[in-house]
Write a protein that binds this ligand. Sequence first.
Ligand code: NDP
Length: 275
Amino acid sequence: MTIPTRTLNDGRSIPQLGFGVFKVEPDETERIVLDAFEAGYRHIDTAAIYRNEEGVGRAIAASGIPRDELFITTKLWNDRRGAADTRAALGESLEKLGLSHVDLYLIHWPTPKNGSPVETWETLGALRSEGLTTSIGVSNFDERYLPEILSTGVIPAIDQIELHPQFQQRPAVSLAAQHDIAIEAWGPLGQGKVDYTGGVIGEIAARTGASWAQVVLAWHLAAGRIVFPKSNRRERMEENLAAASVELSAADIAAIDALDLGAAGRVSSDPADAN
Ligand code: NDP
């Protein structure tokens, strides 16, 4: 299985299909991430708040996979802000992961109640210069929050936002595209909160022989987005990875594009409220 890669605006390459570990229990993380590595994943998306960075680190160590074949992302949690604290937080994450650098470090949420993110963002830029993270980006910075980041002149490589067929975040995606910022779609399958098994997606799945999840993931990949669906189950890990070889017609892509409900399609937190 060849996993497609995408070149970021900082020249780095990222596997477009990875594995997310939100809600993977800390004591199950090592086994589940090892299963994901065995299935063929090389890109893992974790975060300090998931409390499973140690398990990810144990899996990396046990896997024997060369470090330069892995792409590891973690995120700065909402209660860590400012230069010294941001620096300390990345240090703690690296220690838990057992790594000397991550491939991508993200500010997890804009948390408008914490005030301006500029000092924190500029600190990510410094941490990148020091080699503690290869790329930097933001998460949940939609069109309301991205402009302040852009005003610093330090352009994120990535914006990781909730995005799935009924919530396509067109204003944020279009602003990101103007700066060649790659979109990572979190909750790419709708987090199990939306029934994508029927309707347009179900019809495409039945006609092409792919599963509904593969159809949705292939739709993301065709748009150039980066995805890391989460599953505790080995067979679904393999099913999701195999979406890389599912090709959709332009008409099928347009039919899924038409499922967007705008803001009404959101199934998780609004960044304005996640403080
Ligand atoms: P997903 O859209 O990946 O959905 C995960 C759910 O779908 C689980 O319940 C899983 O169940 C189920 N599932 C997975 N594969 C299949 C399949 N082939 N068929 C049917 N059901 C399936 O949601 P996530 O929230 O996990 O998002 C993915 C990743 O994005 C996270 O793990 C995390 O890394 C990141 N994320 C980032 C956020 C942010 O604020 N930056 C917020 C939320 C997520 P089961 O495990 O039982 O298979």
